[in-house]
Write a protein that binds this ligand. Sequence first.
Ligand code: NAD
Length: 365
Amino acid sequence: MNLDYARPAALPWNCSKSVENLGKGNGDMNKLKRILVTGAGGFIGHHLVRRLKADGHWVRGVDIKYPEYEASAANQFEVLDLRKADNCLLATRGGIDEVYNLAADMGGIGYITAFHADISRNNILINAQMLEAARQNEVKRFLFSSSACVYAQSKQKNPEVTPLCEADAFPADPEPGYGWEKLFAEELCRYYFKDYGFETRIVRFHNVYGPLGTYDGGKEKAPAAISRKVAVAQDGGEIEVWGDGEQTRSFMYVDDCVEGLIRIMASDCRDALNLGTDELVTINGLVDMIAKIADKRLNKVHNLSGPQGVRGRNSDNSMLRRVLGWEPSIRLEQGLAVTYRWIESEVRKSPKYVSEASPVLAQVR
Ligand code: NAD
């Protein structure tokens, strides 16, 4: 399959970059390892597997499903439901050095506000049982993928939000469901180190986007959903935006995310760390950027009853810079250009969108 999302040469990131200059804590971490990535059938996990393989590691991918858009690069890919303890033991068997635990029941704001019970139950089961299985199988390090949804909602009421530093998760007032279970799983990681000396790392992602991520079906996040809507819209047409569009976020391109994950795993830091950019943008601004990339003029129609989450959220990267001497640097416009082109090419291939969409798309097909 031709994915057509090659990175323009001028961009500063490079997948073949190996783990080097990782700051303190890398010790013998540059050696080749046996690595388990859970959630390897999903967006970030799939990209991470590809990068770890390119760096020369042996990689097992585990997920409840295969990747949707291209085959996994993993040495082994096993379809397992990690809500079951036995499957977590199977996944972590055989001398695994590191686990990146990315498996989760999650989606964009529409999804995580609609299914509190299912999301919480599924993710509590995955996280608690993966930690225990990894400990029993003597895995050396375990990285938990947390979220900026752990941050106190009371500190995110203003679009001009003060960037959130790690301490802002307490006193606890996270996103209902998804945010609470992430915050408790962070605590569980700390307890495992305190009681068992089990090495854990905790990463709080701020909105990750890029090619090969879900762009329809209800689990898509804002950059992918808006890219799809722009791709389907006719020039001069309308685009629906949830809320008044003045809510703000920062967005991180997936290659920065993968780079950060590997660096945090290799660091000495057991505290939770933000991993995001601090390039704040309104959702209206995000729509304008994507429309410009697509070279379309679109009228925004604001759906004020659509879910929009907190009013403003940004990442304070001071601690990340201190720990790693590094932070994500890919500009939103650069990453969105790659992402939009990929989603546009997917939409063009999809009978669902070609029939719904503009004559322009139908002609292209
Ligand atoms: P994703 O939905 O693309 O990937 C998650 C994967 O977990 C999916 O492939 C899914 O099938 C798998 N999974 C779900 N239930 C499972 C089960 N019972 N057993 C095995 N696998 C199961 O999401 P993503 O964007 O790649 O996110 C990866 C991690 O990062 C998740 O923990 C997520 O909560 C976290 N995160 C992501 C973002 C983001 O912006 N993408 C932001 C904050 C946190």
